[in-house]
Design a binder for this molecule. Structure first.
Ligand SMILES: [Mg+2]
Length: 236
């Protein structure tokens, strides 16, 4: 049975442009700095534990990660880390906030192709200031009917957005790299999803139940497959 898809949502980080690579790079440098004080092989896990504990206070994004790196560095080194090294850690966070926006190859054409057939919206989470800057710099903002920057992408948030859009979930499909944030909650509400995995995924985004309702889900390996995946969902 054909589906009446009326609105398509796009995730931003690691769907439109590279993001997780920069976080990985900052964390690798963090591990090298802290590694000058302690010989531990679980620095990465200890940093993630601190980040996860702070999520409810700091929210998502590079600023929260920076504060968590400072906190973790002090804890892991038993408060021996120097002010100079703490400064280097703060600079790592600033570098993540300042990197130029690098679109995924082929994504502009994919968004344009989908936008020719149905209205598209952008739904992203993270630091408001940082996300606004990336949207502006991406050169893609004109393609989107609306740009929603939210603090969490769960079923509650999507349900609120559907209400604001005046749209029933079955008329909506979300495109993104994260099963946890882009796919599972939308399927749960009765919408459709197109999963486009990125080559690296943050541990937090990987923690999720497997998607249900897989007849409303398509998986593609890159932007070139997106428009066809949306058409396939619409065809039922
Ligand atoms: Mg993403």
């Amino acid at each position: 049975m054909a589906r009446d898809l009326r609105l398509i949502g796009f995730d931003a980080d690691d769907t439109l442009w590279r993001s997780e690579d920069y976080y990985r790079d900052a964390q690798a440098q963090f591990e090298r700095i802290v590694g000058g004080y302690v010989d531990l092989d679980d620095v990465h896990d200890r940093l993630y534990a601190v980040e996860k504990q702070n999520l409810a206070l700091f929210g998502y994004g590079a600023k929260g990660m920076t504060l968590s790196m400072v906190e973790a560095a002090i804890a892991i080194t038993g408060a021996r880390i120097s002010a100079a090294d703490l400064h280097r850690i703060v600079e790592l966070g600033k570098a993540v906030l300042q990197h130029p926006v690098e679109l995924l190859p082929g994504i502009r054409a994919a968004v344009e192709a989908i936008a020719r057939e149905r209205p598209v919206v952008l739904i992203t989470k993270g630091d408001l200031f940082h996300q606004e800057a990336k949207v502006r710099e991406s050169g893609l903002s004109d393609l989107f009917r609306r740009i929603e920057i939210v603090s969490e992408k769960d079923a509650t948030t999507y349900a609120r957005l559907f209400e604001e859009f005046g749209l029933a979930p079955e008329h909506f499909a979300m495109i993104g790299n994260s099963l946890r944030s882009d796919i599972v909650p939308v399927l749960e509400l009765g919408g459709c999803g197109v999963h486009m995995p990125y080559h690296v995924t943050w541990a937090h985004e990987a923690e999720t139940a497997p998607p249900s309702a897989t007849e409303r889900l398509r998986t593609v390996d890159g932007p070139a497959g997106l428009a066809e995946a949306v058409r396939s969902l619409a065809a039922g």
